[in-house]
Design a protein around this ligand. Structure first.
Ligand code: DGL
Length: 275
């Protein structure tokens, strides 16, 4: 059987990235791991997120993936190197592709970046954009309330979402040519973000760019699926029913196979490795 592409996220937000991967790579098989028991990662320290990243990668390795996608912005910001050490396969994160797209979309104007607290504190987007465009001016803002609002099922039309967007983005509005949606959940609030920022501001969602990068790596390494018929298997550390019902909105299609990973099972490999 074709080896799968492994994808992991702190929870269900990474399904927005999986949706783009599926559109681009229809014949590939995907194993998605969502750490729903420990979400959010976005308010945790670097050491904790790195430990989680190591465990999440070790879990995905059981499926012998040919490539691992770190779909979570926070995990990419704080743990991409840890994943690369652990993976034994090519690894694609979401920040560099997002930075590339932001520079291309900004038309030389300042770039706004919104993300979780830990992603903003890491300055990973800032550095990735500066590496591409040393003169880029940036405005960064953590928006911690947006993740729980999306998790609750609120949309861009919801008055509470609109109020939070206004509160967070008031210092940025009118100052930027593009806005990086530096968190898996924000693409679901595009209507509120676009309405507040105005039509002249490009909203940058890294998912399509990530899918393009994954396609490029698979081609380069001769790993692309030949005649595969695709499919998604999901594994979560808590509450598979909720993952299935909310996750369908993120993915835009029904989620059939969602399996609960018991803690004893999840941690067994790490203990065996003496970590
Ligand atoms: N997946 C996270 C991100 O993209 C958002 C949710 C969390 O804080 O864990 O940063």
């Amino acid at each position: 059987m074709e080896r799968p592409i492994g994808v992991f996220d702190s929870g269900l937000g990474g399904l927005t990235v999986l949706a783009a991967l599926r559109r681009r790579l229809a014949g590939e098989r995907f194993v998605y791991f969502g750490d729903t028991a420990r979400v959010p990662y976005g308010s945790k320290s670097a050491a904790t997120v790195q430990r989680y990243c190591r465990q999440d990668t070790a879990f995905l390795r059981r499926f012998e993936p040919k490539l691992i996608v770190v779909a979570c912005n926070t995990a990419t910001a704080l743990g991409l190197e840890v994943v690369a050490e652990e993976a034994g396969t090519p690894v694609v994160g979401v920040i560099e592709p997002g930075a590339r797209r932001a520079v291309a979309a900004s038309g030389g104007k300042p770039i706004g970046i919104i993300a979780t607290e830990s992603t903003i504190a890491s300055r990973s987007y800032y550095r990735a954009i500066r590496a591409l465009e040393p003169r880029a001016e940036m405005w960064e803002r953590a928006c911690p309330l947006l993740v729980p609002m999306v998790e609750e099922g609120r949309t861009g039309e919801d008055p509470l979402v609109r109020a939070a967007v206004e509160e967070y983005l008031a210092p940025i509005r009118g100052r930027v040519g593009s806005l990086v949606l530096g968190c898996t959940h924000y693409p679901l609030l595009k209507s509120a973000l676009a309405a507040y920022m105005g039509p002249e501001v490009a909203l940058v969602d890294s998912a399509e760019e990530v899918a393009g990068e994954v396609a490029g790596v698979l081609e380069r390494d001769g790993l692309a699926a030949r005649d595969g018929d695709g499919g998604i298997q999901c594994y979560v550390t808590d509450n598979p029913e909720r993952f299935r019902s909310v996750g369908e909105r993120f993915l835009g299609q029904p989620l059939r196979e969602v399996t609960l990973v018991e803690p004893e099972d999840f941690f067994v490999q790490e203990q065996a490795a003496g970590r």
